[in-house]
Design a protein around this ligand. Structure first.
Ligand code: SAM
Ligand code: SF4
Length: 345
């Protein structure tokens, strides 16, 4: 026990835990969920809030200090505000953040802020209502835009927008860039990952998930070229790289830029074109209580049983094994059997 194991077998400091609160969602993004939803885990297979808090207390002993709540859609889980308050109170947890599709933020933003949450990432892949509805199979863009407004009004900082770039969607990248000019929004363009592909290159996705193909992944450098070109055309000035210190507080590998004078920033996250395994600082806990050493490996360790029996040493043992089993790199493997909604993207 103790802080000695704050590093993994490859010398990386692991201080960041992503927790999936649920595999359920109020949207059905094509690359994430089948139309009827996945075969959701029965209630008793999902970790209770109490079990998650217990896990967090033990994870702190191993150097975890930052937690991101994700899903599925974390805001569809009942009682989430009270849980956030409890998690933030765990000694040693310095910061808690949430990744959400934003649609329920109009209802929850102020309460989450009052509970102590300060950081929120909102996922939004299109600014065109019809395309948004198509991607999410019926979602309303207006709900997400209202969610963004609520987050800013409540005082969240940073508010980041996650945009997965998919070539065949022909997204209006410049339109997203414009959002950063007047408001402190931090838009991050993420390379689309063929997660949920059963076999690499097979084009076969986790059951019922009709994702896009590998050819739809757009390298971040291409995104930056488009932004620089379109920015110049729109009179936004030059796209300037930001030093790490002036980037919006990040725990991950985003590279940030800004158009001169803009209130917000633009970032790129390049899991495919720029391998950042060497900087990997995270573990993942799935909603059904499995610890996942690497997003791209289907290898998971069961910690639910140890949590249920109340055996803290058994939990410690699973954490230590997970740290020891973190691979050095995902190399070229990017396929997974479980879709993002199950892993907790
Ligand atoms: N429901 C919440 C949301 O949408 O933000 C949280 C869970 S969602 C699985 C987390 C993030 O994973 C979203 O930003 C989503 O766009 C992203 N995501 C899902 N599948 C992806 C994929 N194949 N490649 C890249 N990002 C993906
Ligand atoms: Fe739901 Fe997020 Fe998956 Fe979309 S990406 S279906 S919002 S969990």
């Amino acid at each position: 026990m103790g802080l000695a194991m704050a590093t993994d077998a490859h010398g990386r400091r692991i201080d960041y835990l992503r927790i999936s609160l649920t595999d359920r969602c109020n949207l059905r993004c094509r690359y994430c969920m089948p139309v009827e939803g996945i075969s959701f885990k029965p209630h008793d297979e999902i970790l209770t809030y109490e079990e998650i808090v217990r896990f967090a207390r033990i994870a702190v002993e191993y150097g975890i200090s930052k937690i991101r709540l994700t899903g599925g859609e974390p805001l569809v889980r009942e009682g989430v505000v009270g849980f956030v308050r409890e998690l933030i109170a765990v000694p040693g947890i310095e910061s808690v953040a949430m990744t959400t599709n934003g649609t329920l933020l109009p209802r929850f933003a102020a309460d989450l802020y009052a509970a102590g949450l300060r950081r929120v990432n909102i996922s939004l892949d299109s600014l065109d209502p019809e395309v948004f509805a198509r991607i999410t199979r019926g979602g309303r863009l207006a709900d997400v835009l209202a969610g963004i407004d609520s987050a800013l009004e409540a005082g969240f900082d940073p508010v980041k927008l996650n945009v997965v770039v998919v070539r065949s969607l022909e997204q209006d990248l410049a339109g997203f860039a414009r959002l950063t000019i007047d408001r402190p929004l931090h838009v991050r363009f993420i390379e689309y990952m063929p997660v949920g592909e059963a076999e690499e290159g097979s084009g076969c996705h986790a059951e019922g998930v009709e994702g896009w193909t590998r050819e739809d992944s757009v390298p971040s450098d291409e995104v930056l070229d488009v932004l620089a070109r379109e920015g110049a055309r729109m009179g936004l000035g030059a796209l300037e790289p930001l030093e790490r210190e002036s980037a919006p507080g990040g725990w991950g590998p985003a590279r940030y830029y800004r158009f001169g004078g803009a209130a917000g920033t633009l970032g790129v996250i390049s899991p495919l074109s720029h391998h950042f395994c060497g900087e990997c600082n995270r573990l993942r806990l799935t909603a059904d209580g499995r610890l996942r050493p690497c997003l791209f490996s289907d290898h998971e360790l069961d910690v639910r049983q140890a949590l249920r029996t109340g055996d803290a040493d058994a939990v410690r043992h699973v954490i230590r094994s997970t740290l020891a089993e973190k691979p050095e790199s995902h190399e070229s493997r990017v396929g997974t059997e479980r879709g993002m909604s199950q892993i907790g993207g």
